[in-house]
Write a protein that binds this ligand. Structure first.
Ligand SMILES: *Cc1c(COP(=O)(O)O)cnc(C)c1O
Length: 402
């Protein structure tokens, strides 16, 4: 069964009693089974809920895992994975990771004696050098946030397993459309379902997917004990969003490449970070690992200071100034003051997340409107003459633009 078929049919069986094509939304917090209580499929919604179970089946099938668990948010999923660790354990994480992941590692897990080392994970020698006898987990994003750096998942899995550590991949940016980390050797895949899986900025959710049944059982035990489950309505919305994941993501990737090319040719831009550009240091790995779909997040550095970057992110019309990403609406943000504000400044600058960096999440608006929107921001924020703007070859795909 192909990916798009699975995204529509797995976990979405029609309801037998009424024949409803769309499974009903189960809001009930508790269940009164007719048979033996201890043998009931569902007894209490924290422990199990049919709407959540349907979504978990879908997500597990998209990542080709043995099972999935749906959490109240991406952070709740990350928390669930880190609860596999105990006092004295050590984690290796990428230098450019989501601000919330940085925060839970450095400001929560440190309190219970779990230590973290941040390493540029594209440098495998540095990863090897950072391994300690207590290293139990390597945490990587595919690709990194916000600099879109890539890690070689298969190579990292080999290192992790040689040292009896788990490899966890935050696959939020790539989505299973582009990468299925479990097939490359990862042990845990994590998603902020708030982003591409949901896809419409109207829910909060997270997921973990694993290929090992014993690990799934352990994660389920922790989830049920700590309670961070995804709400049924959010599960319902997410299952609805997933049905269009592949078509949305493919279109968004296409627009993102055009926008990255536009930015790269713009004289006011110092540097563009996008794995689909030949200038990306891991473009070759990206072609393979992201299966030619390089994602819909584009970051760039302006040839300008903090204030100009701040003006820039307030000067667009369709790109709304907001954190988050992965939905049909395009968003713009300045990581230094928004998504990565929870970083210590020194760690942030060391990771290369400069004050003038801007991150775009490309939505499903017409790409020409988006480029014109950016064009306008360059003029407004940097007072650049329109003449400086590069010409875009709109014949790239004849008939695509109307
Ligand atoms: C948003 C995000 C998270 C956190 O997810 P929430 O749903 O906001 O809790 C984790 N990782 C990445 C890469 C994200 O973009």
């Amino acid at each position: 069964m192909h990916f798009s078929t699975r995204s529509i049919h797995m976990g979405n069986e029609k309801e037998p009693l009424t024949g409803a094509v769309i499974p009903p939304l189960h809001l009930s917090s508790t269940f009164a089974p007719s048979g033996e209580f201890s043998e009931a499929l569902y007894d209490y919604s924290r422990s199990g809920n049919p709407t959540r179970a349907g979504l978990e089946t879908t997500i597990a099938s998209l990542e080709e895992g043995a099972g999935a668990l749906a959490y109240a948010s991406g952070m709740a999923a990350i928390h669930g994975a880190f609860m596999l660790l105990k006092n004295g354990d050590h984690v290796i994480a990428g230098t450019d990771i989501y601000g919330g992941t940085y925060r839970i590692l450095h400001k929560i897990l440190n309190r219970v004696g779990i230590e973290t080392t941040l390493v540029p994970l594209d440098d495998l020698d540095k990863v090897e050098a950072a391994i300690r006898p207590t290293t139990r987990m390597i945490w990587a994003e595919n690709p990194g946030n916000p600099l879109l750096s890539l890690v070689d998942i298969a190579a990292l899995a080999a290192i992790a397993h040689r040292h009896r550590a788990l490899l966890a991949i935050d696959n939020t940016f790539a989505t299973p459309v582009a990468t299925q980390p479990l097939k490359l050797g990862a042990d845990i895949v994590m998603h902020s379902a708030t982003k591409y899986l949901g896809g419409h900025s109207d829910l909060l959710g997270g997921a973990l997917v694993v290929k090992d049944k014993a690990l799934l059982k352990e994660l389920y035990f922790i989830q049920n004990a700590t309670g961070g489950v995804m709400a049924p309505l959010d599960c319902y919305l997410c299952a609805r969003g997933i049905k269009t994941l592949e078509v949305r993501f493919r279109e968004q990737c296409k627009s993102a490449l055009w926008i990255a090319q536009f930015l790269e040719s713009h004289p006011a831009v110092k540097k563009v970070y996008y794995p689909g550009l030949a200038s990306h240091p891991q473009h070759e790995l990206a072609q393979k690992q992201l299966r030619g779909l390089h994602g819909a997040v584009v970051s760039f550095e302006l040839n300008a200071d903090f204030q100009a970057a701040k003006r820039f992110v307030s000067s667009t019309r369709f790109f709304q100034r907001a954190v988050s990403m992965g939905a049909v609406e395009s968003l713009i943000e300045q990581p230094a003051s928004m998504s990565h504000a929870s970083y210590d400044r020194a760690d942030r600058l060391k990771a290369g997340i400069d004050d003038g960096l801007i991150r775009l999440s490309i939505g499903l608006e017409h790409p020409q409107d988006l480029i014109e929107d950016l064009q306008g921001a360059f003029q407004q924020a940097l007072e650049l003459d329109a003449v400086l703007a590069p010409r875009i070859d709109w014949d790239l795909e004849a008939g695509y633009f109307s």
